[in-house]
Design a protein around this ligand. Sequence first.
Ligand SMILES: [Mg+2]
Length: 161
Amino acid sequence: MKRFTPDFYYETLEKISVSMLKQKQIKGLILDIDNTLVPPHTPICDARAKQFVENMQKDFKVCIVSNNIYERARRFAVSFPVDFVCDGNKPAKKPFRLALAKLQLEPQQVAVIGDQIFTDVWGAKRMGMLSVLVEPICSEEGKFIKLKRIFEKMVYNKPKQ
Ligand SMILES: [Mg+2]
């Protein structure tokens, strides 16, 4: 199903191609936190996430959009610092619109990077943004997310790498 099919899929954040993003005229990135940048329940930004975001900041404006609460998103975002939108309710359009306003970019100039099809990928597609799916960092997830993973498998087959 097209609306659930990411434009690009990478096994890890580090494999995301900067030249591909530039080729697609991308100027800004919207990043998910949980299971994209850090494992869920990791209270602060770790070295790996910090390095990834700082690398990306060399070429792109960055904004975090999380469905998690204010305190979680804020604590994370201040380590760079980058702008953030919390309580996002992705795939709703509102958090993405807020992020676009912060980035001062148009939807077609922005890529959404996240680990979930029904929040990050679908949300990006609804906005007309480029969608980049990454493998979740940690496979131990809550019951609700586990259920969503089953549905994800039904709508999108990850390419074998
Ligand atoms: Mg996530």
